[in-house]
Design a protein around this ligand. Structure first.
Ligand code: ADP
Length: 556
């Protein structure tokens, strides 16, 4: 087994009688709750042919035990890495629990990574088994010969058409588990054992592996179930549009199994209509995804009505939630957007824009501004901002510096990476430097103004690309906008804006009017020149749906 670092604070044990039980926070304890406490609750999954698969947590539990037996028979040993290459579905959730419960490590591969990155990650993690959706076999098969450690591929039949591909040791998931018996044979091990891993999607340099422990996942599941954060509960029906390979679907499957929330997995169909249908049909109360997903849904709902009023909140994270998006959902659908911030290294939840009681009386504009910030740091996580010399800065809404965090679900290092390659991410005094530049206001609300590498320095002053993007996206007719810097003889760097108009404004979009609007909001040297404002068909996106500024910069 891979043992993680011991507790962050080196505390000496003081022998005492009458202390609490030693109860390791391991994922099999979360799994076992399902059978005893909410076996009737449903898990619904959209399959590749559009049909819905439904079963209960009771059946989920039985099948997960069978899967554990099958994994044992395949030779999976504690510490082995077992990878998945799959969409969000009930079988993926079975793997989420079966693999860690054996003491092995679940490695969720990002299906949208560039081939060379995928090869790098599989080899770096030394994956031995890969569970792959049938619909995703083609891209994986093309690379299989380059995987150095993979012994066997297991295919998940997601009801997509046959592809006629053969892979090493290929076995069907259902065939694998069907003759196994469901025995409760849980190992006992330390809560600081590795349970799963994700690699950062590589928007900055080589992908880096982050190893989650049973304890960190367990505590994070409790963390996102607190009413001041995402308030996941047994009364929820949750639709995680965020992929199960993107920071463990933000930890939602674990919190759902802890609390007994009904789950609705969307499979591969993530654009407007199928998502709208799922929300209406299953009466989803909580949905989670990156802004792009909710933007597409919003546009879809303008022409094709659906009832999404069952939603108590939509969690938006991964990139800044534009205020225009927050306002539109509230006004047009009465749905609240809950803006959250996090990273692969932070499991991911770091902060949530839950308002404080005294803010309820604020005016609409002030409230919107507050809710568009990344919010208060969540319980069990600590945050600070520091200047270039590492000096802590004030929470006054003005001082701006690198955001640093620490806590029980924050990474202490990268998997198998020399510290010099990890850069300045981990400080000597035990903080993780996020690379995000932020202010923290007097209410304790974090506001991310940029990633360090995306900041634009124009006329010697920093310009927040996020601020300009949000302003542009609030302008009539703009669907999406991204801002990057280009070298400029006079200004040092100059802002360049790329935008995609709404479909009905494609041919008539008035760039001059947008330029005039930006000139009212920013200093004239910050505003991109008209020749630096471009309409493009679509803003390029990273593998997890964020604006891909690397690609935009390369275009310049
Ligand atoms: P990658 O680093 O490859 O994009 P992550 O998903 O770990 O993968 O990205 C984390 C980063 O995403 C954060 O450092 C931050 O820059 C950005 N991010 C996440 N949530 C938000 C948010 N709510 N607002 C602004 N930026 C965000």
């Amino acid at each position: 087994m891979i043992q993680l670092d011991a507790a962050f604070y080196p505390v000496k044990n003081t022998p005492m009688n009458g202390l609490m039980m030693h109860y390791p926070l391991t994922l099999d304890r979360i799994l076992a709750r399902a059978q005893k406490n909410f076996p009737e609750q449903e898990i619904v999954s959209r399959l590749a042919d559009g049909s819905l698969h439904r079963y209960t947590y009771g059946e989920f539990y039985t099948r997960t035990l069978k899967l554990m037996q099958a994994l044992r028979r395949m030779g999976v040993r504690p510490g082995d890495r077992v990878a998945t290459f799959a969409w969000n579905s009930y079988r993926h959730m079975e793997l989420y629990f079966a693999v860690p419960a054996l003491g092995a490590v679940l490695h969720t591969l990002n299906i949208r990574l560039f081939p060379e990155q995928l090869v790098y990650i599989v080899n770096h993690a030394e994956d031995q088994f890969i569970f792959c959706d049938k619909s995703l076999m083609k891209p994986l098969a093309d690379l299989a010969a380059q995987f150095k450690t993979v012994k066997q591929f297991i295919v998940i039949d997601d009801r997509s058409p046959e592809v006629g591909i053969k892979l090493k040791g290929m076995t069907d998931y259902e065939a694998l588990i069907q003759n196994e018996s469901a025995v409760e044979n849980f190992l006992q091990f330390d809560e600081n054992t590795a349970a799963s891993m994700c690699y950062t999607s590589g928007t900055t340099g080589e992908p880096k592996g982050v190893l989650y422990s049973h304890r960190s996942i367990f505590l994070h599941a409790m963390g996102i179930s607190m009413s001041d954060t995402l308030a996941v509960s047994g009364r929820d029906t949750i639709l995680p549009v965020v992929p199960m390979f993107h920071v463990m679907s933000w930890g939602i499957p674990f919190a759902a199994c802890l609390t007994g929330a009904k789950m609705v997995y969307p499979g591969s169909q993530l654009i407007g209509k199928p998502i709208a249908e799922l929300i209406e049909h299953e009466k989803v109360t909580l949905a989670a995804g990156v802004p792009t997903i909710w933007n597409v849904l919003l546009q879809h709902l303008k022409k094709d009505k659906a009832d999404i009023s069952s939603l108590r909140a939509m969690v938006v994270g991964g990139s800044a939630a534009p205020p225009a998006l927050i306002a539109a959902y509230e006004k047009e659908h009465g749905v609240q957007i809950l803006h959250a911030w996090g990273m692969t290294e932070t499991s991911p939840l770091g902060s949530v824009a839950q308002l404080k009681p005294y803010m309820q009386n604020w005016g609409a504009d002030a409230l919107l501004k507050q809710r568009a910030k990344q919010g208060k740091v969540v319980p069990l996580v600590e945050a600070r901002i520091v200047d270039d010399a590492g000096k802590e800065l004030a929470w006054d809404g003005k001082a701006s510096g690198e955001l640093q965090v620490r806590g029980p679900w924050i990474a202490s290092s990268y998997y198998n990476m020399e510290s010099q390659d990890a850069g300045a991410a981990f400080t000597a005094d035990g903080w993780f430097g996020t690379g995000d530049v932020a202010r923290i206001d007097e209410h304790g609300f974090i506001e991310i103004t940029d990633r360090k590498k995306d900041l634009i320095k124009t006329r010697g002053e920093w310009l927040s690309s996020v601020e300009m993007e949000n302003t542009a996206m609030a302008f009539q007719g703009v669907a999406e906008a991204a801002v990057v810097g280009r070298p400029d003889d006079v200004r040092g760097e100059a802002a360049v804006l790329f935008l995609t108009p709404l479909p009905d404004k494609k041919d008539t979009f008035d760039m001059k009017a947008l330029h005039a609007y930006l000139s009212e909001k920013f200093a004239h040297w910050q505003v991109p020149k008209l020749v630096d404002m471009h309409i493009i068909d679509a803003i390029p996106k990273t593998s997890v749906g964020k604006f891909d500024k690397k690609v935009l910069r390369a275009r310049l």
